[in-house]
Design a protein around this ligand. Structure first.
Ligand SMILES: CC(C)(COP(=O)(O)OP(=O)(O)OC[C@H]1O[C@@H](n2cnc3c(N)ncnc32)[C@H](O)[C@@H]1OP(=O)(O)O)[C@@H](O)C(=O)NCCC(=O)NCCS
Length: 170
């Protein structure tokens, strides 16, 4: 067992296959992503590396915004920590690092769709109605092969106000 703490860093192309495995390891909670999708969006992934192995990941996507007076929102996606390293603060570090990065874009809000609301609540996310987010979520939900309707799918929508981070070091 390693005594060092995982390093969180930006992903690079050679991390693609390990990120693919990391996400695929949690089919109950995460929508699997093809390797091609991971590689095309590699600039939107973070990884946690321990002893040369990828043990966690987190990513984000920009969501469309129809109101020109607002900035687009960001969805945090594919947050995954290897089973034997869970409950040691790594998921928190991955999401905190992702929040700091995406807050730089000044999004209107940061959202997540999740089966683990308590984890995201501990990071400052609060539940929001899916109806209010529907057109933003549509882009992801329209490709979902798991549930037939985003409003009845069991994932909980939660939002984080990026203005909470203003004034904090990122
Ligand atoms: C959810 C997940 C990323 C959490 O990672 P982790 O490294 O275990 O989380 P942390 O140790 O950083 O926990 C942070 C906080 O969330 C809480 N928490 C973590 N997982 C939890 C869970 N499944 N249920 C309830 N609370 C949870 C922790 O107790 C901790 O609370 P505290 O700060 O008050 O002590 C990890 O369990 C995982 O990979 N799950 C499978 C994939 C998944 O569900 N991803 C999220 C959907 S996008």
């Amino acid at each position: 067992m390693s005594t060092t703490s995982p390093l969180i860093r930006k992903a690079c192309f050679s991390d693609g296959p390990a990120i693919f495995k990391c996400i695929k390891a949690h089919p109950g909670e995460l929508v699997p992503r093809p390797l091609s999708d991971i590689l095309l969006h590699i600039d939107r992934f973070l990884v946690a590396e321990l002893d040369g192995e990828i043990v966690g990941t987190a990513s984000w996507a920009v969501l469309p915004e129809l109101d020109p007076s607002k900035n687009p929102s960001i969805e945090i996606q594919s947050v995954s920590v290897r089973d034997d390293l869970q409950k040691q603060g790594l998921g928190r570090r991955l999401v905190e690092t992702a929040l700091a990065r995406v807050a730089e874009f000044k999004p209107d809000q940061i959202i997540v769709l999740t089966f683990t609301p308590p984890f995201f609540a501990s990071l400052g996310f609060v539940p929001v109605s899916k109806e209010k987010l529907l057109y933003k979520l549509y882009k992801g939900c329209m490709n979902c092969a798991k549930y037939d309707n985003p409003l009845t799918c069991p994932e909980v929508a939660m939002a984080y106000d990026p203005r909470k981070r203003e004034g904090t070091a990122s």
